[in-house]
Design a protein around this ligand. Sequence first.
Ligand code: SF4
Ligand code: SF4
Length: 123
Amino acid sequence: MRPAEIHYLKYRPLYEEAIKTFVCEHCIDHGADGVCHSKDPQSCAVFRYLKDLVEIAFELHERKVEPYAQAVRQRLCLTCKNSSADGEKCGVRECLDCALDRYLPLVLEAIEKVQSTLAASKN
Ligand code: SF4
Ligand code: SF4
C-alpha cells in the first residue's frame, strides 16, 4: 500500500469532517434540512472521490489550486461515469451540478487544514 493510501485510511474521519465544515456548509446543494440534495446522478463527487482527492494532495509537491485541479481532471474526471470517454466533456460540470468542480479550492483548503493540523500535532 502506498504511503498516501495508508495516510487516508488512518485519518479518513478527520477528512470527512473537514469536508463537511469547509465545503458542505457552503454548498448550494446543502439543504436547510441538513440533507444533501446533490443533482449529480452518481452522487456528490467530493465524497465519491475523497480518498483520491486526499491522495493527490498528499503526493503533490506544490499545493496550489491549478496543479491540483489539473491532476483531478486527469485522474478523476477520466474515470467518472458522468464524463465522455476521453474525460474532456461532462454534462454535469457544464450544468454546474458537480460539487467537486464548483468547490475545488474549498476541497483543497479542507485537506490542507487537516494536513497542517496533523503536522503541528507531531511537532
Ligand atoms: S453536494 Fe457534496 S459538497 Fe454539497 S452538500 Fe452534498 S455532499 Fe456536501
Ligand atoms: S466534473 Fe464531471 S467528470 Fe469530473 S468529477 Fe465532476 S461529474 Fe465527474
